[in-house]
Every structure is written in structure tokens, then in C-alpha cells.
Design a protein around this ligand. Structure first.
Ligand code: FRU
Length: 500
């Protein structure tokens, strides 16, 4: 009961009971956003993998559903995707509504224990009731056999409308393989990408692959998301991406972006420690047109040790992705989905500040910081540190902000309550390097009971981290040796039960 009160997020999805990791198989159909997830309902650490299921009308308020896919003995249902097969190309439809086809990795634990290579294969299942109940395609599985690669998983399938084909991106150890199909049952190898490109500190997992408009232009590019564990930007799990072109067979990195990858070693969609295995929704109506992303808000370094017992892990806030051209390269930006605004119950102004030292931004008790969106703009920055500190009466604190001498954003959770469950949890300050020193800085901060999500300069850089306090934060300060000019501050306090 105490952990429900203290740690169950107010507005981020968590399973009622048991373990969760990656988001899986997301699509929109018939008025609902569907979210599936790697789930072990009978334990609070990783175990026999099921696909758990939740639905939402607005991406914010989720209703858990019965488990969608159960493992057979020793054959776990790993990560994957799902598509709405509008034209019934698979022939799996019964005629009334379009079949929905899930493509996932079947992971054979018996083979794993025997040290075999062909542990993972790609299977499909289908639903003829808009995604609520599922049947495995027993007679046709696997649809992609294992070619002798030990790590061969996490198929992301989507409809490639430009080349009129189903396209699959699949993680194959240290690269992504592409397969194409006309019917979701027969898959032909097309090409591969990534060997010796980008970050390779661990195994490549959970890819995503989609065409996206470049903001403010008519041009489109293809984005390849590649999750990686370990080897993330601040240790452990992380989500990197590549931008380029796709001719229906081969993905080619954009030259400017390739240069960026060279310079930065890898480019990440999030620079905090707790956004992993993130992928995007399929079948968002074209009248909406957004590319919507959700991640698992944890990190394999300590996910199984965090101090909750009834359930473990939550998802990130769903985010809208946008591709922005910057000079000769591209940047994938994330913004919290606008639906979050519908839950604002109260808006408070933060007084403008002008001064040195440590200044109060939010006075103790002024706003409920377990469900808040805080927007703060700093102006006329000098080359110095600007540190925000969230704190409570127990002396627990979390600091974040901008080091404008060495040009990075940071989050330091080393004093934010319980950290002793893992020596990896707070062993270093997380950093996100910026291109140069900043003249102004806009922070949008989403706070729930156990998480902070920082959207810097309208999503140009994002940092997501979790924490476990003994008492909620009640105050926020900012400090610097230089003059601080804080303008346009607002706090939006959310009410997840607000009528929609
Ligand atoms: C990523 C991952 C996937 C795999 C799943 C198993 O977190 O390791 O590669 O399919 O988790 O639960």
C-alpha cells in the first residue's frame, strides 16, 4: 500500500501486477490506441514473456486488458510489432473487419539452455476483433526462420506506402536486416545496415523504421531507430537513430547525418538513462499524421532491482517525433503528446526571477510535484552553471540543468532518495552535450511520482530518468553564480481523473 501511494505513477502506464519491459505491437484501430508490452504477470522480475495489453482513447489514460499472447512452455513471446492489414493481404481476415497481424520473436528457452544458435525466429498471430483477442498462426510459423544468428529478434513491420510493400526491420546482433513482403507470411531478405556504424557497445535490439516529413518542407526522410543494450549514452540501455533514404530495398544514411554520427559517435533520441526499447505506433490515421513514440522507462542495468514489488516499470509519456533539419544534418525531436494538456487541472504562474545565488522557483507546498508539467525559460545566459534543484523536507533532492561552460544538460539523482538497490543507479551524472554555449534555454519538465522527463528547447534534446523518494518533492530552486533571468514560467498541475 505504501509503494502504491509513493511509487505508482499518476499518469504513466504501469501494469497492475508483475513485470513489464518493452512496449510492443502498438497500433491505432477503431478509436483506440493499443499498447502491448513484454510482461511476466506472475513475478516482478523478467520471466516467461507474454504480451500484456492496454488500450487508450487518448494515449494518456490506459485501461489494462486481458493478456494478448501467452508463451507455450519454454517458448517465450519476445518483442515485435503489429499492423492493421486493411486490404487483407494476409488472407487471415474473416471479412468483417480488417485482420490485425502481430509479428513477434519466438524465443526458445530449451534451445538457449542447450547453447544452440537458432534460438529466435519470427512468428505471427492475428486478431479478427480489432486487436482484442489473438490466435497464433500455428500452421504457418515461423514466417522468418533463424539463419544461424543467435540474436535475431524484435521485428518491426509497417506498410511502406511509397514502395507498396510490407517492410520489416529486424535486429540481427550488430546490424539491422530488412525483409519485404506482400502478404505478411512470406518474407524476402532485402538488405542490411549498421555493421560498424553508430554505437555498438552491446547488442542491437528493437528497431523501428519509418518515413517522416522534414518539418516545414515537402521533403521526406527515413528514420531508423535502433535500441542498444548496453552501450547507451550514460550507461546501459539507450535509443540511437539514423536518418537517410530508402529505395524499397536498401537504407542509405544521409551524408550530413553520417558526418554527425562520426562526430558524435552515435546520435540518441534520449540522453537520460531511462528510455529504452522505444518504438512508434502503426496505423495512425493520415488525418492525424503524427509519428507517436513510447519507451520503457527503465534500464537493464537496474530494472529488476528498483524498489517496487507489486509491479515493476512504467512507460515514458507518449511523444510526438519530428524530424528537423539543422544546417547540413537532421535532428529527431520529441514532444510530449498534446493530449496531456487535456488533463491540466490548474495553471500557476512562476514569478519571473532576476538575481544571483539560490532563488526559489516553486515555494514549498505551492504545487503538487507528483503530477506537474513545468515550463521555464532562462534568458541572457552566461558561461556558467545553472542548476535547478527539486527537494523535499527529508533532505532528498534531484538536480538538473545546464552547464554552460562545458555545454551540457545534466541530471544528478545521487541524492534523490533510494539509490542503494543498485550501484549502477546513481553512479554518474547523466549528460547531454550541446553544440555550443547557450544564450537562452527553454525547459519543459514532466514530473510524476517516480520520473522526470526533460524536453529541452521544444524537444531538441530529451532526458528521461526515474527516482525513488521517501517523500514527494515539494519545492524547486535555481542557482548560479551568475545573474539568473527566469521568465515565462508556468506550472500545470494535472488531474488524471479530469473528465474528458
Ligand atoms: C529488449 C529485449 C528485446 C527482447 C525482449 C525480451 O529490452 O531484450 O530484445 O525481445 O527484451 O523481453
Amino acid at each position: 500500500a505504501a509503494e502504491e501511494q509513493m511509487y505508482r505513477p499518476n499518469f504513466h502506464f504501469t501494469p497492475k501486477k508483475g513485470w513489464m519491459n518493452d512496449p510492443n505491437g502498438m497500433f491505432f484501430a477503431n478509436g483506440y490506441y493499443h499498447l502491448f508490452y513484454q510482461h511476466y504477470p506472475d513475478g516482478n522480475t523478467w520471466g516467461p514473456m507474454h504480451w500484456g495489453h492496454a488500450i487508450s482513447k487518448d494515449l494518456i489514460k490506459w485501461e489494462e486488458q486481458p493478456i494478448a499472447l501467452y508463451p507455450d512452455k519454454d517458448k517465450y513471446i519476445f518483442s515485435g510489432s503489429a499492423v492493421v492489414d486493411t486490404e487483407n493481404t494476409s488472407g487471415l481476415g474473416t471479412g468483417k473487419t480488417a485482420p490485425i497481424v502481430a509479428i513477434y520473436t519466438l524465443h526458445d528457452m530449451t534451445k538457449e539452455k542447450a547453447g544452440k544458435m537458432d534460438v529466435e525466429q519470427q512468428d505471427i498471430a492475428f486478431s479478427n476483433d480489432n486487436g482484442f483477442t489473438w490466435q497464433k498462426f500455428e500452421e504457418g510459423n515461423p514466417v522468418v526462420k533463424n539463419p544461424g544468428i543467435r540474436d535475431f529478434r524484435d521485428p518491426k513491420v509497417s506498410w511502406d506506402k511509397t514502395h507498396k510493400q510490407w517492410i520489416m526491420a529486424l535486429a540481427a546482433q550488430d546490424r539491422i536486416q530488412f525483409y519485404k513482403s506482400s502478404n505478411l507470411k512470406n518474407w524476402e531478405f532485402a538488405s542490411e545496415f549498421g555493421k560498424n556504424i553508430g554505437a555498438h557497445g552491446g547488442v542491437w535490439e528493437c528497431p523501428d523504421f519509418f518515413e517522416i516529413k522534414v518539418e516545414g518542407t515537402k521533403e521526406t526522410k527515413w528514420v531508423l531507430i535502433v535500441n542498444l543494450n548496453p552501450g547507451g549514452p550514460n550507461g546501459g540501455s539507450g535509443v540511437q537513430y539514423f536518418v537517410g533514404d530508402f529505395d524499397g530495398k536498401t537504407f542509405t544514411m544521409d551524408a550530413g547525418f553520417a558526418e554527425r554520427v562520426q562526430n558524435e559517435k552515435a546520435v540518441w533520441a534520449d540522453y537520460g538513462k531511462d528510455n529504452y526499447a522505444g518504438v512508434t505506433w502503426n496505423n495512425i490515421p493520415s488525418s492525424d499524421g503524427r509519428r507517436l513514440f513510447i519507451g520503457w522507462m527503465s534500464n537493464w542495468e537496474y530494472a529488476q532491482q528498483v524498489p517496487t514489488t507489486t509491479w515493476r516499470s512504467s512507460t515514458t509519456i507518449p511523444r510526438e517525433l519530428q524530424l528537423v533539419k539543422k544546417g547540413n544534418h537532421y535532428n529527431l525531436e520529441s514532444k510530449p503528446v498534446r493530449e496531456l494538456n487535456n488533463y491540466v487541472a490548474k495553471t500557476l504562474k512562476v514569478q519571473s526571477l532576476n538575481g544571483k545565488g539560490t532563488l526559489k522557483v516553486i515555494e514549498s507546498g505551492k504545487a503538487d510535484l507528483t503530477k506537474a508539467v513545468i515550463s521555464l525559460d532562462l534568458k541572457n545566459l552566461k558561461q556558467d552553471d545553472y542548476t535547478f534543484t527539486l527537494s523535499n523536507a527529508n533532505g532528498e533532492s534531484l538536480s538538473f540543468g545546464l552547464n554552460n561552460k562545458e555545454n551540457y544538460l545534466f541530471i544528478d539523482r545521487s541524492k534523490a532518495g533510494r539509490i542503494d538497490f543498485s550501484d549502477k543507479f546513481a553512479s554518474n551524472v547523466s549528460k547531454s552535450f550541446l553544440e555550443g554555449s547557450q544564450k537562452s534555454a527553454a525547459f519543459k519538465i514532466i514530473l510524476d511520482k517516480t520520473s522526470i522527463e526533460i524536453f529541452y528547447n521544444n524537444g531538441e534534446k530529451v532526458m528521461t530518468e526515474i527516482f525513488f523518494l521517501n517523500k514527494p518533492f515539494s519545492a524547486l530552486t535555481i542557482s548560479s553564480k551568475q545573474k539568473i533571468e527566469l521568465k515565462n514560467g508556468i506550472i500545470q498541475v494535472l488531474d488524471i481523473n479530469k473528465k474528458q
